[in-house]
Each structure stands twice: as C-alpha cells, then as structure tokens.
Ligand binder design. Structure first.
Ligand SMILES: *Cc1c(COP(=O)(O)O)cnc(C)c1O
Length: 391
C-alpha cells in the first residue's frame, strides 16, 4: 500500500454510525455498568475516543506501537523528560528548539537533570560526548532555524550500544517525509501545531514510541500530569493529517525553488536548505527522508538586524509571525523573535546570524512567492541596505 493510501485509510470511519468524519466526543466522563466495568473509557483525562483515534493514526504513520496526544509540542517533550530522574543526563542537539532549551534549562536542571549540547551533524561527536549518566539522546533533524541534518540511523546505533533512549523531534520533516522509529529511534515527538495540523489553527503535541512498554510509561506520565489534547483539537489534527502528504510535497517543491532562487540572489550570503547540494548533510537528508521540507533560512550580505528588519517588514505574502508549517507562507527574524532569549554571542555561535531570516514556505503559487521576496530585496537596495557600509 502506498504512503498516501495508508495515510488516508489510517483514518477510520465510525463503526457505530458510519460517519465518514471522526466523531468528536465532547465529554468528561463515561457511564459504567458496574464499578470498573466500562466500554474502555472511564474519564476523559485518561482516554477519549476522538483523541484515541488521533493516537492510533499517528502510531500507524510513525510505525510505532503507542501514540499519545498532548496539549502542545512542549507538553509532549515534557512528558518524555519525565522518564528521567535526578542525576540522569540528556545529550541534545546544539541547534535545539528554543522552547525545549528553556524547559531543559529552567525547569529540569533544578530537578537535577543535566543537559549537554553537542553538534550532532557528525555522529562521532555524539559517541564522544556520551557519559555513564547519559539516559536520553535528543535530536531534531532538520533543526530550527539552520536546518542542520543528523544521521538518525548512525546515532540510533550509538544510543543502543550505550543503553540510552534516542528521541527524535520530527516536527520539521513530519512522518510523510521521515520515520525515525524505522531508522532505530525509540521515541518520536511532534509539535502537531506545525505540519500535522497544517493550517495554523491549533496547538498540539504527539509522542510515538517503538516499544509498548516505553509508550505505556509515557501514557502513565500523561495521565498523572494531565497535559492532554482536547477532543476538538484532536479532530482538527486528524483533519489536517488527511492532506498531510499533498501539503508536504507541495511545501517541499515550493521551498526547493525558493532556496535555489535565494542562492543566486546578490543580496543573499548563505542559504540553509537540506535540498541544496551545497548543504553539508545533503546526502544524509536524501538517504533518510523522502523530501526536504518547507523551511528555508538565509542570511544577508549585510549581516545586520536593521537589514533583516527592513526585509521582513516588506514582504506581502510572507506574513511576519512565529510558527511554521501552515498553508500560508510565514517568515520570521529569529534574532528578534524565536531566539531572542538566547544571548547574542551564544546565538551567533550556534550559527544564527543577526540577519538570518527563516521562511516557512506555504502553498501559494511559487512564482508569486519568488516575486514577493524579489521585491523585498529591491526595497533593501532602495534603502541602501544591501551592504553594511551604506553607499
Ligand atoms: C514549535 C516546536 C515545538 C514546540 O511545540 P508547541 O506546539 O509550540 O508547544 C517543538 N519542537 C519544534 C521543532 C517546534 O518547531
């Protein structure tokens, strides 16, 4: 069965009524015939049929055994970290999502969990950084916003040899492009807010595990901590997933055209996109994913916040906003937005230059998107902002 067919038929019709759309069970509790005798549901924090359907769908898409839906991507990440105890260590990708960095640093360090950051684009660095305390390896691939790619299969082997779990944040690729569990990872997390939801209209998170025992542990943590996804938002994610394959393919086609356009533009310094042959780990990206996704980042020859601000405030179709993965094109300036809380020296060292602009390429006609970027570059020229030394 092809991917698209599997995806569409992982979404069940309702066995009770025949409803083609998954019913929304807007209820907090379920009637029991006798104490403990029920139809598989007793209280909606523990389980809800609409959420359970989403969990079953994502489990199939990620080829795992247990799926769990959370109120946000960060709630999903939080529940995975709760597998650990004081004294345990996490080894994480250095270009990590800012919210995960904040959670690890400001919440979990005070509970005695140490986090070491390493450039995971070379698997050998991971091997060298493992300590006897390492319990969890945390990857994002591709990363945000510099689109670093790490070799999931190679790092999974290292994790297995050291008896630690490998968790991959698969938000940027989505299961339509990349399935980390099939490459040896133990856990996948998603911000379903992005490509899975796909329409910039909800906040949600997902976890899928390869082994049932580990999934049951996380399910226990969720029930104990309470960060569940509501029935209506579960339904919205299911609705988003119906078109995931189509959307992600078109996001990728548009992004490739835009990345190639940016590479040739005289105002642009570097372009970050795994689909470019110049990308450091282009071959690994090609090996482990079916496509390169819809996120493209670039820096300006004039590497200043001033030039970046002038650029991001002069596009028409690319709307200035945080978040990504929706139908509408968005752009953001990480130095002043998503990465503002990171000290500038540290941010620059991680490769996020002052002028770096991140594009979430949407589903508009790509010619219109290229023209939009082109006219924003022309405005930079008009304002004498193409080079850092004004003419
Ligand atoms: C957005 C995002 C998150 C956090 O997800 P929320 O749904 O905003 O809580 C985690 N990881 C990555 C890679 C993200 O882009």
């Amino acid at each position: 069965m092809s991917n698209a067919t599997q995806l569409i038929h992982s979404i069940p019709t309702d066995p009770l009524t025949g409803s083609v759309s998954v019913p929304i069970y807007q209820t907090s509790t379920f009637v029991q015939e006798a104490p403990g005798v029920n139809k598989g549901y007793d209280y909606a924090r523990t389980n809800n049929p609409t959420r359970a359907t989403l969990e079953s769908i994502i489990t199939q898409l990620e080829k795992g055994t247990v799926g769990i839906a959370f109120g946000s991507g960060l709630a999903a990440i939080d529940s995975v970290v709760k597998l650990l105890k004081a004294g345990d260590e996490i080894l994480a990708v250095d270009d990590i999502y800012g919210g995960a960095f904040r959670l690890f640093t400001h919440i979990y360090e005070k509970f005695g969990i140490k986090v070491n950051y390493v450039d995971t684009t070379n698997a050998e660095n991971v091997f060298n950084a493992i300590t006897p305390g390492t319990k969890l390896i945390w990857l994002e691939t591709p990363t945000n916003p510099t689109l670093k790619v790490s070799d999931i299969e190679a790092i999974a082997k290292i994790a297995r040899a050291h008896s630690c779990w490998l968790c991959v944040d698969n938000t940027f690729a989505s299961p339509a492009l990349q399935q980390p569990l099939a490459l040896g990872a133990d856990i996948v997390v998603h911000s379903a807010t992005k490509y899975l939801g796909g329409h910039s209209d909800l906040i949600a998170g997902l976890v899928v595990t390869k082994e049932k025992e580990l999934g049951d542990k996380i399910k226990f943590i969720q029930n104990a901590s309470g960060a569940i996804l509501a029935p209506f938002d579960s339904w919205l994610v299911i609705r988003g997933i119906e078109t995931l394959n189509l959307r992600v393919q078109q996001h990728g086609r548009n992004a490739q055209v835009i990345a190639e356009f940016l590479e040739t533009h005289p105002s642009v310094d570097k372009v970050y996109y795994p689909g470019l042959k110049t990308h450091t780990n282009h071959e690994i990206a090609k090996k482990q994913s079916k496509g390169f996704g819809g996120i493209v980042s670039f820096t300006l020859k004039n590497d200043t916040e001033e030039a970046a601000t002038a650029f991001v405030t002069n596009t028409r179709y690319f709307k200035l906003a945080e978040s990504l993965g929706g139908v509408k094109s968005l752009l953001c300036h990480p130095a002043q937005m998503t990465h503002k809380s990171i000290p500038s020296e540290k941010r620059r060292a991680a490769g996020v230059a002052d002028s770096l602009v991140r594009l979430s390429v949407g589903l508009e006609e790509v010619e219109d998107l290229v023209a939009d970027l082109d006219q924003a570059f022309a405005k930079l020229e008009k304002k004498n902002l193409v080079t850092s030394i004004p003419a």
